[in-house]
Design a protein around this ligand. Structure first.
Ligand code: ADP
Length: 595
């Protein structure tokens, strides 16, 4: 009920005129069958009297005119209603429901997207929107109420002529109720357990259509395996759905058979009543018409009654997603500048993983430090950066900027004053200028500054600022390394005191990577810079190296300190040393000395 109330409130708020016409149509739909029955009884009776030899009466013409006027008005209203329903309630209404869903997605804590349950719920909520189920609930519940009133109205009229027709017509349409209720529930059950499969299907489909993945698939020869997996998943889903649909079709066929038989029997019963002189010929015509109308209204009523639980279940999914707890927002304005960032006993676990990704991490970062966070894959570097930037809330411990918990700051003020380039950065099929200045669009036309950061990122050769990048819209396609350089330039372009790079250069050759990151460190001279890497190339240039292992800080210090300590860093350094040309070591050292 709460769900229906919320749908009605939203539709009346968003598309009030269309909602009003829809309601008017259903009020008329509720009353017209009974009125038409009364008028047609009058019409039949008058006609019967004329046929019986009585002189033509005014009544016949009056009933005929009434019949036509009601018929016409109903038609005109239905015409306006169709437009209001389709363009207002369905199209516009669904667009608003979609917007509400998108806004909700934006307000959810990022961490909830790591949770399969949230993703399934989101999938079902999207389905409710995509299949226009919320607008359908508005429409269908009105249709249901309207047919309920219509049934009662016609039944009262019908009972005036023969009480026999009442139970007969009821019996002939009841099977619809059961078919719809039972099938509707089963249908919903199948659809809800299919949400996971649907997600897998769309994930696999995306793999086929994403250029990079498609290329890897072809080269590595597993495209056949994935195609089979997609096909099998689709077939399993369809199989489940078809078996429910088959049962549905058969039960509806039975229902129709019984309803038609009921109608036939009722006609015979009234005919017998006529033959025995219990009712007149005029009443026979009127009651057969009324019986048909009752049966249709009853069928509508039961069909809607059976459909509503299924649709309400989907609508319930939509609202249960909309009611999910949102990310709380702080009120304090982040000043942008800070003297220290402190991680105080920070522990973190992903919702779908029992192991701690961060275990009681203690760390202090001082203003202006250039820190490399080093560690093997899975050691917790990315998680550390996300917790540090307030994207994931720690399970225990605190993240403090100048002593103030990061969650105290309003998200908008915090994220507008820091810069971060993630591992899975985006390659924008826009101009070179936009690829850099998207991080600060107010300076979109500051050509000199754009060129400077491009040079710092080693990307000055990529092209003219207004050249379009990426092949989607006919621009130049870049190598992954070039896209990575653009991402770094974008991070540098933003005016911020804190910049974090999460392995955006991992696709580059280790030497080129180190050259670019050295340029980056120079460009970030006045900033606090955190660079996440699993390679040691840059470590000599860093003020401090933090070595992560199994979610803990294994070591921290400068290159020389850590080499002396002969621990994890020394091990990693030795393992990777040969990647770096001897010439590089001298270049890097001299650059460091110049710093
Ligand atoms: P790194 O950046 O050092 O490669 P991560 O911070 O990505 O490491 O991962 C740290 C640990 O957390 C790993 O054991 C990884 O399996 C786990 N992990 C990372 N992302 C998720 C996730 N979305 N859900 C569950 N566990 C995750």
């Amino acid at each position: 009920m709460k769900c229906i109330r919320r749908i009605y409130a939203s539709i009346f708020k968003w598309v009030p005129v269309s909602a009003l016409f829809t309601i008017l149509n259903y009020i008329s739909g509720a009353l017209v069958p009974a009125v038409i029955t009364v008028v047609s009884v009058g019409l039949f009776n008058s006609a019967a009297r004329v046929l019986g030899g009585e002189p033509a009466q005014d009544g016949l013409y009056r009933y005929a005119v009434w019949y036509l006027v009601i018929y016409l008005l109903n038609d005109v209203l239905y015409y306006v209603f169709s437009i209001a329903l389709n363009t207002g309630v369905y199209e516009k209404g669904t667009a608003y429901f979609r917007i509400a869903l998108c806004e909700k997605v934006a307000r959810l804590p990022l961490i909830s997207f790591e949770d399969a349950d949230t993703l399934n719920r989101k999938e079902r909520a999207e389905k409710a929107v995509n299949d226009e189920i919320l607008s359908a609930v508005f429409h269908r519940t009105l249709a249901f109420l309207s047919s309920a009133v219509a049934v009662t109205g016609v039944a009262v009229v019908l009972a005036r002529y023969s009480l026999w027709l009442l139970p007969l017509s009821l019996l002939s349409v009841l099977p619809y109720l059961f078919a719809r209720l039972v099938r509707g529930k089963e249908f919903y059950y199948v659809k809800s357990i299919q949400a996971k499969k649907t997600r897998l299907l769309s994930y696999l489909w995306n793999l086929f259509t994403t250029r990079q993945a498609a290329k890897e698939m072809r080269v590595m020869g597993f495209d056949g395996y994935l195609t089979d997996k997609w096909r099998n998943t689709r077939d399993e889903g369809n199989e489940e759905l078809w078996s429910v649909q088959k049962k549905d079709a058969v039960s509806l066929l039975w229902c129709d058979g019984i309803r038609i038989a009921g109608y036939g029997i009722s006609v015979v019963v009234v005919l017998l009543l006529v033959l025995r002189g219990k009712v007149s010929l005029g009443v026979f015509g009127a009651s057969v018409a009324a019986f048909l109308s009752l049966q249709n209204s009853m069928k509508d009523f039961l069909t809607e009654l059976g459909r509503i639980p299924e649709q309400l279940s989907y609508a319930g999914d939509y609202y249960s997603f909309l009611d999910m707890p949102e990310e709380s927002d702080g009120e304090a304005i982040f000043p942008g500048s800070f003297d220290s960032i402190v991680l105080d006993h920070v522990s973190f676990r992903y919702p779908n993983n029992d192991c701690y990704a961060l275990k009681s991490v203690d760390l202090t970062i001082r203003k202006g430090e250039k820190i490399v966070i080093l560690g093997e894959n899975g050691s917790g570097k990315t998680t550390l950066s996300k917790v540090l930037l307030g994207l994931y809330p720690p399970e225990s411990g605190r993240v403090l900027y100048d002593g103030r918990p990061v969650e105290d700051f309003s998200k908008e003020s915090f994220y507008s004053k820091i810069s971060a380039i993630a591992q899975d950065f985006v390659a924008y099929s826009l101009t070179l200028r936009e690829n850099v200045a998207l991080s600060d669009t107010a300076r979109l036309h500051c050509d000199e500054e754009i060129r400077t950061v491009l040079a710092h990122a080693g990307a000055e050769q990529i092209g003219n600022l207004d050249d379009r990048m990426g092949r989607e819209f006919g621009g130049r396609e870049l190598s992954i390394g070039q896209w990575q350089k653009l991402a770094i330039a974008r991070g540098l372009f933003r005016v911020s005191e804190l910049i974090l790079l999460d392995e955006p250069t991992s696709a580059l050759d280790p030497l080129v990577e180190t050259e670019i990151l050295a340029g980056f460190i120079q460009a970030a001279e006045n900033k606090t810079a955190l660079i996440i890497s699993h390679r040691v190339g840059l470590c000599k240039l860093a003020d401090r190296i933090i070595v992560m292992k199994n979610g803990e800080i294994a070591e921290t210090g400068t290159h020389d300190d850590l080499i002396k300590a002969s621990g994890e860093y020394a091990r990693l350094y030795k393992a990777q040393e040969m990647w770096y040309h001897p010439d590089f070591k001298s270049t890097a050292t001299s650059r460091n000395a110049a710093k």
